[in-house]
Design a protein around this ligand. Structure first.
Ligand SMILES: *Cc1c(COP(=O)(O)O)cnc(C)c1O
Length: 375
């Protein structure tokens, strides 16, 4: 089976992990700092704070932004559940806005309407750079400034992408990444938040390690000695290990090459898939990180096409069933699907074709041949 996504692990990745395993620090050691510093430098952000996964990173960003009970958080429905779950973790209520048919990312006008429906309680807007597409940040900045909200970009798909010539990771107030094996780079499980804001960075670090500080300046009480620490916030253990971090540093060094290969594969799909058979290509952009090749097919034929691909050894996937259609959401979060028609239509038509750096030309030829033979 050719999957829709797969990690790429080199001998260098393996030997770097083995080096850490033979050393003194498996967690809270120098490899974590090094990964964070290099990641911050790579995206051009002042701070990068690592987390045990991308969901924890989103949770941390909600906490750092001060999102709390009863606040509203504007999110797209066409995303992985973790995006809006993070709002729920801090007691906030996700408000689903529609996506743009051109970018498949959160639509800024729809987000503004959703914020207006929130009675001044919208504290955060969370656009997802869906599929790795670097959507235009400017209208979100205007919206956030107008309503006093924080922008948290869920860039789980977008490591290695760039927006107007700058790497994705600095244009929002906080940007979160995931290093799950299907993403553009991996640490097994892992995540990161990048920001230029020192206070956000401080709160992120506190949150991912039990809310505990050893710093007299931030502690609420005087620390008695070197052994003492103070828990000033209700945090979690969301730390990334040194084992995972060193893999991250090694993967980061190949991220540009990985994304270049992804763009090459996407360009070939674009050129060779027979559009007259109903394949609508995904939005394109120079800075696209191409986590997904999110094609669209006629809704009434999606099931048949999916089954035909699977029968031919191609593990296509659908991204996503809208979050608000999950059973838990139906029971707990109010949303009228008719208010998000583009999300509904896209979700019914989307199919992600295999796209990852180690996909071979022959494998891609097979995928294209099968796709073009389905009439
Ligand atoms: C993968 C993903 C996440 C969650 O990341 P994990 O590392 O799996 O916790 C969140 N949002 C989006 C859009 C994702 O694709």
């Amino acid at each position: 089976m050719i999957p829709y996504g797969h990690q790429e692990i080199t001998e260098e990745d393996i030997s770097s992990v083995v080096r850490v395993l033979r050393g003194d620090w498996l967690t809270t050691g120098p490899s974590v700092r090094e990964f964070e510093e290099r990641f911050a430098e790579y995206v051009g952000a002042k701070f990068a704070v690592s987390f045990s996964n991308g969901t924890a990173a989103l949770h941390g960003a909600m906490f750092a932004a001060g999102v709390g009970a009863g606040d509203r958080v504007v999110v797209p429905g066409l995303t992985f559940a973790a995006t809006s779950n993070a709002a729920l973790y801090v007691g906030a209520i996700p408000v689903f806005a529609d996506i743009s048919p051109d970018t498949l990312c959160l639509d800024a006008d729809s987000a503004a309407e959703a914020a207006e429906r929130s009675d001044g309680r919208a504290r955060a807007v969370v656009p997802v750079s869906y599929s790795g597409y670097p959507f235009d940040m400017r209208p979100f900045r205007e919206l956030a400034d107008r309503i006093g909200a924080v922008i948290i970009e869920d860039a789980s798909h977008t490591a290695g992408g760039s927006r107007n010539g700058s790497r994705v990771g600095t244009q929002a107030d906080m940007t979160t990444f995931s290093f799950h094996p299907v993403k553009n780079m991996t640490t097994g499980e892992g995540g990161m938040v990048t920001t230029d804001d020192e206070e956000f960075a401080r709160r992120l670090e506190l949150f991912r390690s039990h809310g505990v500080t050893r710093d007299h300046g931030t502690s609420g009480r005087l620390l008695a000695g070197g052994w003492d620490y103070d828990m000033t916030e209700l945090g979690y253990n969301y730390r990334l290990t040194d084992i995972a971090s060193v893999l991250g540093t090694s993967q980061l060094m190949r991220l540009d090459a990985n994304v270049r290969r992804r763009r090459e594969i996407a360009a070939r799909y674009r050129a060779e898939l027979d559009e007259s058979l109903g394949w609508t290509p995904p939005p394109d952009d120079q800075g696209h990180a191409y986590h997904l090749y999110a094609a669209r097919v006629p809704a009434e034929r999606r099931r048949e096409i999916y089954d035909a691909l699977r029968a031919n050894g191609i593990g296509a996937q659908v991204h996503y069933v809208p979050v608000y259609r999950q059973s838990w959401y139906r029971d707990h979060v109010e949303h009228d699907p008719a208010s998000t028609p583009v999300t509904e239509e896209t979700s019914a038509r989307e199919i992600s074709l295999p796209l990852y750096a180690s996909l071979t030309d022959d494998q891609q030829s097979h995928v294209i041949e099968v796709c073009n033979s389905i009439i």
